[in-house]
Design a protein around this ligand. Sequence first.
Ligand SMILES: NC(=O)c1ccc[n+]([C@@H]2O[C@H](COP(=O)([O-])OP(=O)(O)OC[C@H]3O[C@@H](n4cnc5c(N)ncnc54)[C@H](O)[C@@H]3O)[C@@H](O)[C@H]2O)c1
Length: 339
Amino acid sequence: MLRIGIAGFGFMGRMHFRQWKAIKGVKVVAICDANPNIKEDTKRAVGNIKGADGDIDFTSIEVYHDLEQMLDKAKLDAISLTLPTYLHATCSEQALSRGVNVLCEKPMALTTVDCDRMIKAAHKSGKVLQIGHCVRFWPGYDKTKEIVDSGKYGKVIAGMFQRLGSAPGWAADNWFADEARSGGVALDLHIHDTDYVQYLFGMPKAVSSHGGKGPKGQLIHIVTEYEYGDDKVVVAEGGWAMAPTFGFEMSFNLILEKASIIFDITRNPVFRVCPREGEVFTPPVPAGDGYSLEIEHFVKTIRGESVPPILTLEQSRDSVRIVEAEKKSINSRERILIK
Ligand SMILES: NC(=O)c1ccc[n+]([C@@H]2O[C@H](COP(=O)([O-])OP(=O)(O)OC[C@H]3O[C@@H](n4cnc5c(N)ncnc54)[C@H](O)[C@@H]3O)[C@@H](O)[C@H]2O)c1
C-alpha cells in the first residue's frame, strides 16, 4: 500500500484526492494545508472543472498545517504537491530530500531557474518527480498526438488551441491575481496549451505573442504564434478575461492534409475526426480524465512499471521557458527566438 499525502488542499488538492481514492493499492493518509479551517472549508465549491467538490471523510486522514511536519511524521511514499505555484520548487526539494516521490501540479515553477533546482533535487534523491501536465494525458488530446505521430492523415497544416475562462476566484487570498506568486494567466492557464504544442511539435524556433490587459495593466489574455521553420500555422489563445457567465472552455481545431480534428470538452463536448475521404468518427479514448490518467502514470513509474514516454522534467521546464519567451514577446512587441 502506497501512503499518499496531499500538500495544499484547495481546488487541485481535492481534485487529486478524488483521483487517488479510485486507484487500487494506494491510500491518502495525510493532508497538509496552511488554512486552520481546512476541514470546514472543503465544503466550499472550488475550481472551474468538475470533480473536486463533494463531502470528504477525514476519519482516517491526518491533517497537518505545516509541510515539514507532514513529511517528518506521516511516513509517506508520495505526495501530490498542489500548493500555489511559488511554493513548487522549495516544497518539491523538501519532499524529495526526504525520499518522498512528488507529483507536482503545473506549472513546474515560476522560473526555469527554479525548474532546474527541482530537476537537480529529483536526480539527487533518485525519486520520481512528475509535473501535472494533465493535458498530455487528457482523452482526446492523447489520441490526437497519436494520430499526428502516425502520419496517417498527412502533415499538419494548422493548429488552433483555446483555453478561456474568467479569472480564478476560488483561492482564499486570491494568490492567482498576484503575478509574483502565480506567474499570471500565461504561466498558470495558457501553459497547458504551450505544453501541448511542445508535446505535438517539439520546441518552437520562435514565438510572437500579443496580450490583452486588465484594468491594473496586468496580462489577462494571450495569443501566441509558435514558429517551426516550416509552413504550418500554430496558434494558442488563453484568457482569464471572459465574463463569469461564460464558464470555461478548452478546445482545439487541428487541420491535417487529409483530415480535420475537432475537440471541445466544455461548451459543446465533442471529439471528432473529419477525414477528407470517409465518414466522420470519434476515436475510442481511455476512461477517466487527464488527472486520473496522469496519477496512474505516476504510480506506475514509482512502482517501476513500464510507461510510455509522455513527459520528461526537461520538457516541463521547457514549457516554462517558452512561456518566458511569450511574456518577453508581449512586453517587447517583438518576435522572440528560442535558443
Ligand atoms: N492541472 C490543472 O488543471 C490545474 C488547475 C488549477 C490549478 N492548477 C495548479 O495547481 C496549483 C494549486 O492551485 P489551486 O487551484 O488548487 O489553488 P488553491 O488556492 O485552491 O489551493 C491551494 C491551497 O494551498 C494552501 N496553502 C497555501 N500556502 C500554503 C502553505 N505554505 N502550506 C500549506 N498549504 C498552503 C491554501 O490554503 C489552499 O488551500 C497551482 O500551481 C495551479 O497552477 C492546476
